[in-house]
Write a new protein. Structure first.
Length: 331
């Protein structure tokens, strides 16, 4: 992060227009970016959008198909000049940016782990995934989480769970299921982490690539916004995310494939763990790699190398199987 602060905007300057989804979590993350920019002396304006992923709540995410179900509308506004930048959960962004767009910066990463929330009355006898009663209903909308649950607890009933974070928590409290799994980062940002019953720990339970990272997307040729964002960018979070997204990109996967990845500092180096899962819980291709060297180039190379290794060791067949069932898969 540069030490020299940018020149504040002149009095009366047009606000920087920030594109955001309308959910409570999206706005919380957008306000983090807004506050960082305004602290640098630049006025902002938040412009909100609804995406196909927000609107089609009656359809499981794998059945919607395609990439960018939570980002396409914002990207169109950015390309069209309606906003100056967009704020996304990086895990929702396709690994290949549309022509003319880039990730201009990321904020420091929040906790990347998944979290298990167990309904209050069930906690009298169960406080972990393994302690849930046989046949318990667990809510998730993720193929990765579904595959992990089928591998670890094939007796559980998996219920498709859509909606924003508070809506999902309310569905749990209303008795529609005994437990749900959510990203811990979103719960922490919404100050709902007190509801977490168990953290699901890596490397046995790997999160989605880049989970917990807030990304700021910009027009590729907008040097003013790019330079401004250099003052809020977190390079360590970016290097980890680049390795995880390179792993995903090599597998040619969007957010709806049964794949997990996480880069963490270990033994004085950055290590990337990755997994390709069987959607039916029958097996997995797992591995890890040390990221040698600093910067995005080394991280990208390591992610691609790990993905290629896992594809050769059975992962290709697992992905082919996942793609064959994804359009109609009920998670």
């Amino acid at each position: 992060m540069p030490n020299d602060l940018p020149t504040p905007a002149p009095t009366g300057a047009r606000p920087i227009r920030i594109g955001s989804r309308r959910s409570a979590l999206a706005l919380k993350q957008t306000h983090m970016v807004r506050d960082a920019l305004e602290a640098l002396g630049h006025p902002t304006e938040v412009v909100t959008f609804s995406t196909v992923g927000d609107e089609r709540l009656d359809v499981p995410l794998p059945a919607i198909g395609g990439k960018g179900v939570f980002t396409a509308e914002l990207e169109a506004a950015l390309l069209g000049g309606g906003v100056d930048l967009c704020v996304h959960s990086l895990k929702d962004l396709p690994t290949e940016s549309p022509a003319g767009l880039d990730v201009g910066a990321v904020l420091p990463r929040e906790d990347p782990r998944d979290a298990l929330l167990i309904r209050a009355d069930v906690q009298a006898t169960a406080k972990t995934l393994q302690e849930l009663p046989a046949g318990a209903r667990v809510g998730t909308s993720s193929l990765r989480r579904t595959a992990l649950l089928r591998q670890l607890r094939p007796d559980l009933q998996l219920v498709d769970l859509r909606g924003n974070v508070p809506t999902r928590v309310k569905k749990l409290d209303d008795g529609n299921m005994e437990a749900i799994i959510l990203a811990g980062a979103g719960l922490k940002r919404l100050e709902l982490d007190g509801r977490i019953t168990q953290w699901l720990e890596p490397p046995s339970w790997l999160p989605a690539p880049a989970q917990g990272v807030i990304a700021i997307q910009i027009r590729r040729d907008d040097t003013f916004i790019r330079d401004l964002l250099s003052h809020v960018h977190d390079e360590a979070s970016w290097q980890a995310a680049v390795s995880e997204r390179a792993f995903l990109n090599t597998l040619e996967g969007g957010c709806q494939v049964p794949v997990g990845a996480l880069a963490v500092a270990r033994d004085g180096a950055l290590w990337l763990d990755g997994v390709i899962l069987d959607v039916d819980g029958g097996g997995a291709s797992r591995g890890g790699i040390r990221i040698d060297g600093a910067g995005a180039t080394s991280a990208q190379a390591a992610g691609a190398k790990l993905a290629a290794s896992l594809l050769e060791s059975g992962g290709a067949a697992l992905l082919a199987r996942a793609r064959a069932v994804a359009p109609t898969h009920k998670s």
